[in-house]
Design a protein around this ligand. Structure first.
Ligand code: SAM
Ligand code: SF4
Length: 329
């Protein structure tokens, strides 16, 4: 078991997209109430006084859509200034990034992941559940602005779904050739809306690697991240191709992260529906930092070392009812 030193913090469960694989239409009925969200001060207190003394040094802000969170830039500035914060990153859908990229960068954020599942505006809108004016162009401009502002590394997350965007994997991979962009292909995980996509809704990473190999060749990259991605490169490309293969290849035994939901529940694993700790209530009840650390240390022992797919077998599709947007992706 690796050292658990990485906390993903969901800032909000609301989102301005409705990605079919992440957020069902009905999710908006169950949004966390504003007073139930951890405040900026509570997040800062938890990070500084509880997680950092336990050895946590890496933090990722996510959601829902974190750019919708009021006070985001202030929170980034406060977190980035903590001496024990060795790595602060954010995952966004990019739609509001053109305006926020520079303020976030100036506040101390240097690493960003942007989700982009398609280069085709029509398919993009279909995936994100948009029936109005296309949202592709504004998202693309958000990505270009982040690039110009200097985010490095700049990673693009692609969830590949058979029949939706699997025809585009080579076009998306090609974005890594001339730009120092890191394209990360993520196998769809059977949580939340999984039942919408049938029995096997993911494409094995190896299948994508095979297509890339045939077209350009593929070599292992010596640029490694600190996450679960296996990183490769098209020969002589400026950027890389990462593969996050939680369905076809087990990496649970390498997992170094836990997740804090927007309403303050700490979960040891994406799939863990039990064994969570309600940190918000404990904090609001005045439980001391030392006691919270003791509870969290116990929770870390629960982190499972079992394959995502094995755990899913024998369960009904859609068993993991909370979606990524609710858990904090
Ligand atoms: N809204 C932001 C975004 O889309 O980047 C951050 C939150 S989102 C939940 C974080 C990541 O989770 C995104 O890259 C998204 O594509 C991914 N994701 C959501 N549901 C997923 C699923 N069922 N399987 C795999 N990845 C998923
Ligand atoms: Fe929103 Fe991100 Fe989920 Fe898409 S993947 S619905 S952008 S939270």
């Amino acid at each position: 078991m690796p050292e658990i030193d990485y906390l993903r913090i969901s800032l909000i469960d609301k989102c301005n997209f409705r990605c079919q694989y992440c957020m069902p239409e009905e999710a908006k009925l169950n949004y966390v109430l504003n007073q139930e969200l951890l405040s900026n001060q509570e997040i800062l207190t938890l990070v500084r006084d509880v997680f950092m003394p336990l050895g946590f040094t890496k933090f990722r802000l996510t959601g829902g859509e974190p750019l919708l969170r009021p006070g985001l830039v202030d929170l980034v500035r406060d977190l980035a200034q903590l001496p024990a914060c060795k790595d602060l990153a954010l995952t966004t859908n990019g739609f509001l990034l053109a305006d926020l990229a520079q303020p976030l960068y100036d506040a101390g954020l240097k690493r960003i992941n942007i989700s982009l599942d398609s280069l085709d505006p029509q398919i993009f809108d279909q995936i994100i559940g948009n029936r109005g004016k296309s949202r592709w162009q504004q998202t693309w401009e958000g990505i270009l602005t982040a690039h110009q502002v200097g985010f490095d590394p700049l990673k693009l997350n692609v969830v590949v779904i058979p029949g939706l965007n699997d025809q585009e994997v080579l076009d998306l991979a090609a974005l890594s050739i001339d730009r120092q962009w890191h394209i990360r292909f993520i196998e769809f995980m059977p949580i939340g809306n999984s039942y919408l996509f049938g029995e096997k809704a993911w494409i094995d990473s190896e299948e994508i690697r095979q297509s890339v190999r045939q077209k350009w060749g593929l070599v292992e990259s010596n640029i490694k991240g600190n996450g679960p991605a296996d990183v490769f490169q098209i020969p002589n490309a400026k950027g890389t191709l990462g593969f996050i293969s939680q369905m076809s290849e087990c990496f649970c035994d390498r997992c170094n992260r836990v997740r804090l939901s927007a309403d303050g529940w700490l979960r040891p694993c994406l799939l863990n529906e039990t064994g969570q700790i309600d940190l918000k209530t404990a904090l609001r009840d005045g439980v001391s930092s030392e006691n919270l650390q003791a509870k969290i240390s116990q929770l870390l022992l629960l982190k499972p070392e079992i394959n995502f797919k094995e755990r899913d077998s024998g369960t009904e599709a859609g068993t993991y009812t909370r979606t990524m947007s609710q858990i904090g992706g």
